[in-house]
Design a protein around this ligand. Structure first.
Ligand code: PLP
Length: 578
């Protein structure tokens, strides 16, 4: 060891650590065979793993963890405080008790180029490379190369990527991995059902209902056999009568309108918002003001159908909340019942101006419907659904409706349905529900990552999340007027995509008798012709997202340079005739 080094007694030095000169180490831990260059300072509670190389003039502060085999170039600066101050608010010099260390983790095998600055609270992924002089402000994905200020992903390390399957196909949705990850817990749910022969209803279903109600911050959740049943039962239980009009959007899955029709009501459509693709509050207001009138008894009557308008079903499409404040205000003003279609929005939140807090999807309407179809954010291994509500009467009615109208065995108060959730699905959902917050957070991270990768082009429109919404990205839907070409390119590259939904409901053959026409909902029609759903699931890797983005950027730059901005193949259905 060199006599110019200052190594305090509390330093834990591993075997065969090689130190150059003018090094200052205190309270830190250095792993075996690590080399440290001249003029390096490593502070207390910093940890450096085995076989690392720390080049000269680097400063490693308290709270930094460097795993094994990491290369740190010359003059790398770590920072452990987002808002450093010299003095307290009272003007006294700060002491250690006045601030909290914000840690940084450099995962094994990563390399940090000379002169890089690494801000606090970031994780640099395994084998990632940070370019010289970069300023790292956010987490760096494993195997990526980042550069610049702020550092952005430039590309991924392909030799290693190929080993991990980076050139393999990227599915639109991976449903296998999450089930394998939870295999033991899921299998246990089957075992419990087999051992107790409790297949329909019973304590496992009760347990799920309680847990899901708690998750949605409501007092009741009633489990049923599908999202469609949930919505149909909710509409019926909320007192919508046969022949009444229920308003909804034209760009949803047909189950929304099936549920309305099958509850005996008549769907009518309201135009959507161009940015959120959800119900437009302005258009709802316009409809209520201009396309309805009052009859002698003061009931709101649709001029289109001559029927009373009594309810509205906002759909939280793609996991993005509808503007509930606006919808609820209008509903109150016009006496409409609000029933949320939250089938794609488990855990999404909206900021309620009225309550001055974030509120969960499914907690704002009189009732709400959820689907547990396997691909949903919370999916069963078969069919399933639930109604959430704070109204005990509505909950009780749904319990009747789902079980042949029985109050007790063979005592039928009304004619009901066979719409129960089976206990195996409830057991599986019980096992999955605790993971939902993490999965939703991962979906949000994936959405942000797509945003970072794709913000280089203006040829596509990315999903828009208003400040009052926290979406859960059931789907990640972009818009492009060159959709067919882009889909083809992604398909040729082995990347799965889908369309949600290519033909708006008012133009579906099934609804010909409603007598809507092309042009009735220009925004919904344009959006339907331009949307494209990209791969989105919690286990999607940054590397896979980078490949998706690379294909999109290649396509958009080529089509821009060729001036082909118009989708030659995506014409709207003109009028659909029987
Ligand atoms: C918006 C919307 N509503 C209703 C449903 C119906 O749910 P389920 O398929 O469970 O019947 C779905 C399911 O895809 C949906 O996406």
């Amino acid at each position: 060891m060199n006599s110019h080094n200052l190594i305090s007694d509390d330093v834990k030095l591993g075997n065969d650590v090689r130190l150059s000169s003018f090094i200052n180490l205190y309270g830190c831990e250095i792993g075996d065979q690590t080399k440290i260059g001249a003029f390096v300072e490593i502070q207390k509670n910093a940890r450096v793993g085995k076989s690392c190389k720390i080049s000269s003039h680097t400063f490693i502060c308290e709270g930094v963890t460097i795993e094994d085999n990491v290369f740190i170039g010359h003059g790398v600066m770590f920072i452990n405080d987002t808002y450093p101050r010299a003095t307290t608010t009272e003007g006294k010099s700060q002491t250690e008790t006045d601030w909290k260390v914000e840690g940084t983790v450099i995962k094994k095998g990563a390399s940090i180029g000379s002169g890089a600055t690494i801000l606090s609270n970031v994780t640099i992924g395994e084998n990632a490379i940070v370019g010289a002089g970069s300023v790292v402000t956010k987490d760096v994905p494993a195997d990526s190369i980042v550069a610049g200020n702020p550092a952005k992903v430039v590309r991924f390390i392909h030799q290693q990527a190929d080993k991990s399957g980076a050139s393999a196909n990227i599915p639109f949705l991976d449903l296998v991995t999450p089930h394998l990850e939870l295999e033991a817990e899921l299998t246990e749910a089957f075992r419990v059902a087999l051992h107790t022969a409790g297949f329909v209803g019973g304590p496992v279903v009760d347990q799920f209902e309680k847990a899901f109600a708690y998750f949605c911050t409501v007092s009741h959740a009633v489990a049923v056999s599908s999202g469609t049943d949930a919505l149909r039962f909710a509409i019926m239980a909320c007192g919508v009568q046969a022949g009444e009009v229920v308003l909804t959007v034209p760009n949803t899955f047909i189950a929304t309108t099936e549920a309305i029709s099958q509850a005996g009501a008549l769907p009518e459509f309201i135009e959507i918002d161009e940015h959120t693709y959800n119900l437009s509050v302005e258009m709802l207001q316009m409809y209520l003001e201009k396309q309805c009138s009052r009859d002698k008894s003061g009931r709101l009557i649709s001029q289109r159908s001559g029927r009373p308008v009594t309810a509205v079903v906002p759909v939280h499409l793609y996991g993005q909340m509808a503007d509930m404040d606006g919808v609820l205000d209008l509903a109150q003003q016009y006496g409409l019942t609000v029933i949320e279609d939250a089938c794609q929005a488990h855990g999404a939140e909206v900021f309620s101006r009225k309550h001055n807090r974030w509120m969960k999807a499914g907690s704002m309407g009189r009732a709400a419907a959820f689907s547990f179809y396997p691909g949903k954010n919370l999916g069963a291994c078969g069919e399933g659904g639930a109604v959430t509500t704070n109204d005990a009467e509505v909950a009780a009615k749904i319990k009747l409706l789902r079980d042949h109208g029985q109050v007790t065995k063979y005592n039928h108060e009304v004619e009901g349905y066979n719409g129960r959730l089976d206990a195996i699905q409830a057991g599986l959902l019980n096992a999955k529900l605790p993971h939902l917050p993490k999965w939703n957070a991962q979906r949000r991270e994936r959405a942000e990552q797509y945003g970072r990768f794709l913000d280089k082009t203006t040829a596509i429109t990315l999903p828009y999340e208003p400040a009052w919404s926290r979406a859960v990205y059931h789907l990640y839907v972009i818009r492009t007027c060159a959709r067919r070409g882009l889909m083809n390119q992604l398909q040729a590259a082995g990347i799965g995509t889908a369309l949600h939904y290519p033909i708006p409901l008012h133009l579906q053959k099934a609804y010909l008798s409603m007598n809507y026409h092309v042009g009735d909902f220009p925004v919904a029609e344009r959006v339907a012709s331009e949307i494209l759903s990209l791969p989105m699931f919690p286990q999607l890797t940054a590397q896979q997202q980078f490949r998706v983005a690379e294909e999109i950027l290649t396509f958009t730059s080529r089509s821009l340079s060729q001036g082909t901005q118009v989708d030659l193949n995506a014409s709207l259905p003109s009028k659909i005739t029987a």
